[in-house]
Design a protein around this ligand. Structure first.
Ligand SMILES: *Cc1c(COP(=O)(O)O)cnc(C)c1O
Length: 367
């Protein structure tokens, strides 16, 4: 039997992509906000129902840039969670800010809103929560805490493209949201990302920052970097977007099949879905909580059978060796995140995963 990877990138038909990039051979315009870039931006603003989408070469630089755009005083504190990909914490630290780690809840593994206020000091400037696995944070409580303490809210929404809460697109919460369009994400532009927001005054700042801070032919207004999305990435996005809703429908079927097999299995905990969330089914996390085998044993057994699962998120960012000297690091400060990180496994999840393969994966786990 063939191997099953933990994910498989969505791709359009070869001919569809070729058709889309043909015009680049006429124009010789390969990057710097060409026609594909403009088209994708427009399509995404419509799809996400968000006034402003700024495209990036990857999600990480998008997040770094939007934090930079807020121009916080160096050394300021940002409340975030360690139950995320390295990118979130690095984006904060690389901006000269101090990550203050808040624990997650054990319901949908997003930031525990009951623990945020105790971490706020007179140095706190922002909250950077993470919408993990396609779940949505408690955006209402987060916003009311932010309003009360005059803080910015920037979502790491890398996992939450096309997710809605109470019918509202995930692009519209907080002051800004970052999406990743990496090859492994639900929607990909090979590599890529975006920052979405409503504030008109951020548009030119974000656009300049990704292009060396250049505002005009003879004007440079920021110490910006280079984080532009190129035309081939944008073309991939235009094609993939056409098929995205179908892909999410297929992912939902995969998720439902997994749930049928694994729900109500002793020692296996599945992520809860918050009411009113329309998910994108980005990942299928399973927590081995007192199961007959530990997470690591299940991981090895699946690997022996050629099935890729992922310890995601493990290790959590407040245990990274690059942060050992940080006074705010240490997994003991976030016991729920630490508990989950030791027990969670994300199982193979992609639109074209055969339901018979889901059956096989669940059989191996249960045997
Ligand atoms: C993928 C991911 C990122 C980084 O996005 P890239 O496009 O790979 O740079 C950031 N945060 C989270 C939670 C992610 O999963």
């Amino acid at each position: 039997m063939s191997n099953i990877l933990v994910t498989r990138s969505s791709m359009p038909d070869y001919s569809e992509y070729c058709e889309e990039i043909k015009k680049l051979w006429d124009s010789h315009w390969l990057t710097n906000m060409g026609i594909e870039h403009k088209t994708l931006q427009y399509e995404l603003e419509k799809y996400l129902d968000c006034p402003h989408v700024v495209l990036y070469t990857n999600g990480h630089l998008a997040l770094e840039n939007v934090i930079a755009a807020m121009q916080f005083k160096p050394g300021s504190e940002v409340v975030t969670t360690p139950f995320t990909f390295a990118s979130t914490t690095h984006a904060i630290v690389r901006n000269g800010l101090v990550p203050i780690f808040c624990d997650v809840n054990d319901y949908d593994y997003t930031i525990d809103v009951d623990k945020i206020e105790a971490l706020i000091t007179d140095k706190t400037v922002a909250i950077v929560p993470v919408h993990v696995y396609g779940n949505i944070c408690d955006v209402e409580r987060i916003q009311s805490i932010a309003d009360k303490h005059n803080l910015k809210v920037i979502y790491d929404a890398a996992h939450a493209f096309a997710v809605k809460y109470k019918g509202v697109s995930s692009a519209n919460f907080g002051d800004a949201s970052m999406f990743s369009f990496h090859a492994t994400k639900v929607f990909n532009t090979i590599e890529g990302g975006a920052v979405c927001f409503k504030d008109d005054t951020l548009v030119s700042i974000m656009n300049d920052m990704k292009n060396f801070g250049i505002r005009g032919p003879e004007r440079v207004v920021f110490v910006g970097g280079n984080a532009k999305m190129n035309e081939f990435q944008a073309a991939m996005g235009i094609c993939n977007l056409r098929h995205l809703d179908d892909e999410i429908t297929k992912r939902k079927k995969v998720m439902e099949r997994y749930r049928q097999h694994l729900e109500n299995t002793e020692g296996i905990k599945l992520c809860k879905e918050r009411d009113n969330v329309e998910s994108n089914y980005a990942y299928f996390p399973v927590v081995f909580d007192g199961y007959k085998y530990s997470r690591n044993v299940v991981f090895e057994r699946l690997a022996e059978k050629g099935i890729g699962a992922r310890k995601y998120f493990y290790p959590i960012t407040n245990s990274f060796e690059c942060y050992v000297d940080y006074p705010t690091a240490g997994v003991e400060k976030t016991p729920v995140a630490a508990y989950l990180a030791d027990r969670v496994l994300t199982l193979p999840m992609y639109a074209d995963l055969e339901l018979s393969d889901v059956d096989r994966i669940c059989d191996i786990i249960k045997r």
